[in-house]
Write a protein that binds this ligand. Structure first.
Ligand code: NDP
Length: 247
């Protein structure tokens, strides 16, 4: 069931997070949106409310533990609980290692890895206490295969894969039965390429996305499908991409 579930979504100010918030709200979920751009969050929440949906938002930097703790608190205060945490915030400033864009490397580790850790740390006490919950994370096909220019990005997304599976295993062993779903998207048209600072890499990626990119609604659909399953069923993984994209 999606209806009445309280779903926190990080990276909800554009792309996959925005599409997912809108879809889930249209199906009766109570969505709590977080990202750094408050103006965009406000606009999306206004739109959801105008359409009859229930939504709240909070400015959130996933690299700050206190922001993650606050958004969990907001969900509980506003909607009396939290059922799903969708850890989706991320960036992809790809480049060849030889370009030595070390600031970009560290930023990806901070947002794509530490952001996921902070989000889980914020919600886990609640899920353990209620002996239920669902953690969803956006990894990437770059978390399944190696790509030139994507060493660090792929590493962060590979981390998500391992972390989510161990979270699921440990929770099952401990009897808290938290569901986990890891999503591996291929080319999805969002603002993600704007984060690439290396010109040559940016152009190459733009060409790939121009040729193959599909709508973020496709990812929202599978997130909805995973949430909709009965509580005793976890859908661990989805790989989703354009039908005509060979890699
Ligand atoms: P967008 O750039 O459109 O969305 C990224 C979101 O992350 C934005 O809402 C951004 O909001 C947020 N974000 C970035 N940094 C932070 C931060 N420090 N704290 C909180 N929020 C942050 O791209 P996508 O929708 O594509 O990206 C969503 C996820 O999907 C990412 O994890 C990405 O790696 C993954 N992905 C995307 C693919 C694609 O082809 N598009 C393919 C595979 C995976 P703000 O700037 O307002 O903080």
């Amino acid at each position: 069931m999606i209806k009445d579930k309280v779903v926190i979504i990080t990276g909800a100010s554009s792309g996959i997070g925005e599409a997912t918030a809108k879809l889930l709200a249209s199906k009766g979920a109570k969505v709590v949106l977080g990202a750094r751009r408050e103006d965009k969050l406000k606009q999306i929440v206004d739109e959801i409310r105008k359409g009859g949906g229930q939504a709240a938002y909070q400015e959130l930097d996933v690299t700050k533990q206190s922001d993650n703790d606050d958004i969990v608190k907001l969900a509980k205060d506003t909607f009396a609980g939290v059922d799903v945490m969708y850890l989706n915030a991320g960036l992809m400033p790809n480049s060849p290692l030889s370009a030595l864009k070390t600031d970009d490397w560290h930023q990806m580790i901070d947002v794509n890895i530490k952001g996921v850790l902070n989000g889980v740390a914020a919600v886990l006490p609640t899920f353990i206490e209620q002996k239920s919950g669902h953690v969803i994370a956006t990894s990437s096909v770059a978390g399944l295969k190696a790509y030139p220019d994507g060493a660090v990005y792929g590493g962060t997304k590979w981390f998500v894969r391992d972390f989510m599976e161990v979270l699921r295993m440990e929770s099952a062993m401990e009897g808290t039965n938290i569901r986990t779903t890891t999503i591996y998207p291929a080319a999805i048209n969002t603002e993600l390429l704007d984060t690439i600072s290396d010109k040559v890499t940016a152009e190459a990626m733009q060409n790939v996305y121009k040729q193959y990119g599909i709508s973020p609604d496709r990812i929202a659909n599978v997130v909805g499908f995973a949430i909709d399953q009965p509580a005793d069923t976890t859908i661990n993984e989805f790989t989703v991409g354009p039908a005509n994209q060979p890699w």
